[in-house]
Ligand binder design. Structure first.
Ligand code: SAM
Length: 375
């Protein structure tokens, strides 16, 4: 049990790869033959002490299932063939929030190992185009393997050993309409690594955590779910404080990560046809989350090019209850009412929310007409 008394179960999350199969076909395949659906994530921990074969569909996240973490799904045919992918529910939020239409052109600016790239590929489909940018050559090799396994080679072009901030006019990726940014962060929301692709691809032990300064394994909360959508504010703040105290990332490190994250977003703001950009971290620190949002919104580039945070009711995850922290947006040079609107346009996931780890995501948007003019 955590110090605040809040508790959670952490299932294993599975994304059904819509490039290769459907949710219905997966559930009726031999892999899920013995499985039964339960009414809530916590139920599978109560009911299934022996067989561990229960699943739960994520309510607001299409094609995403929770299963018992002790069930070895990695030996199943569905997993080995890339029809299902082990990806935490929180890590699925950015692609869903970006919501690129079928056939659209997308840039994944910080792509390896490729969970979100392959998720984007499933959303844009075979008529879409994705540029997956990865600065680190070795991680880009893993990204390519993941793309192949997911059956997304025809959709994704990998830009290996490429810095996102060097993509400029003249590069084909410069014309993208949708950009997903999931840059390196402190990793302070991570519960444990789920490097499904890497372990199964028999690579030499890979530095998948190289972007995370704190490489220690995160503690897994092992008690009861908090689940409720209506926790008192005070309790929630206390819980977040506890998560922050649990992390040892230094102030200096947070500042340098924050500067880097701001630079990545400001570069994305320059793409001439971009109409939506998601920014996400698996960090619990406001320095990497709300503070970054305030800094980029205060920039001249954002004002000149009409970038704003998408309102809660505009995005597909409007029903998720935990939003950004308005108190952490006080540097935003705008009215309190606007600060509240921006906070509401951000999503936070706590480590105790059973979605697979602490997370932050928001979506920047602007109007772009058919001629590529914004306003
Ligand atoms: N989105 C990935 C996923 O879901 O599998 C995880 C991305 S990880 C948090 C951040 C990645 O961004 C790392 O692989 C890192 O090497 C890469 N990266 C950092 N800075 C970059 C830059 N300027 N350009 C391109 N890639 C960068």
């Amino acid at each position: 049990k955590t110090a605040t008394g809040l508790t959670s179960f952490n299932p294993r999350w599975v994304r059904v790869n819509a490039l290769q199969t459907t949710l219905e076909d997966s559930l009726s395949s031999p892999t899920f033959h013995a499985f039964q659906e339960v009414g809530s994530v916590s139920d599978m921990f109560f009911f299934d002490v022996v067989r561990k074969t229960y699943y739960r569909k994520a309510e607001i996240l299409p094609n995403i299932l929770a299963i018992h973490p002790s069930h070895d799904i990695t030996s199943s045919e569905l997993y080995k063939s890339g029809k299902i992918i082990l990806q935490s529910a929180s890590s699925c939020l950015p692609a869903i929030m970006l919501d690129p239409p079928k056939g659209s052109m997308v840039v994944d600016g910080c792509a390896a190992p490729g969970n979100k790239t392959t998720h984007l590929a499933a959303l844009v489909g075979s008529s879409g185009k994705i540029f997956a940018v990865e600065r680190d050559r070795r991680r880009a090799d893993i990204l390519e393997m993941m793309i192949t396994k997911a059956g997304a080679e025809g959709i994704v072009t990998t830009l290996k050993a490429t810095d996102f901030t060097t993509i400029m006019e003249g590069h084909p990726a410069w014309q993208a309409s949708y950009i997903l940014l999931d840059p390196s962060c402190s990793g302070s929301g991570i519960l444990q690594r789920v490097d499904w692709d890497i372990s199964k691809l028999n690579l030499p032990s890979s530095d998948t955590t190289s972007s995370h300064p704190s490489k220690k394994k995160r503690k897994r909360d092992e008690t009861l779910p908090n689940g409720s959508a209506s926790q008192p504010e005070e309790r929630e703040t206390k819980q977040l404080e506890e998560e922050i105290q649990d992390d040892d990332t230094s102030r200096e490190r947070l500042q340098s990560l924050s500067d880097f994250q701001v630079a990545i977003i400001l570069h994305a703001f320059l793409f001439p046809n971009a109409r939506r950009i998601t920014y996400s971290t698996c960090s619990v620190h406001a320095e990497e989350n709300e503070h970054v949002v305030a800094r980029v919104l205060n920039s001249e580039i954002a004002k000149e090019r009409g970038w704003r945070v998408q309102s809660r009711d505009e995005n597909p995850l409007s029903t998720w209850h935990r939003r950004g922290l308005v108190g952490e947006l006080s540097d935003l040079k705008s009215s309190l009412e606007e600060q509240r609107r921006v906070a509401d346009g951000c999503i936070r996931v706590h480590r105790t929310d059973s979605l697979g780890g602490g997370f932050f995501v928001t979506c920047f948007t602007r109007q772009v007409d058919d001629k590529g003019q914004f306003g």
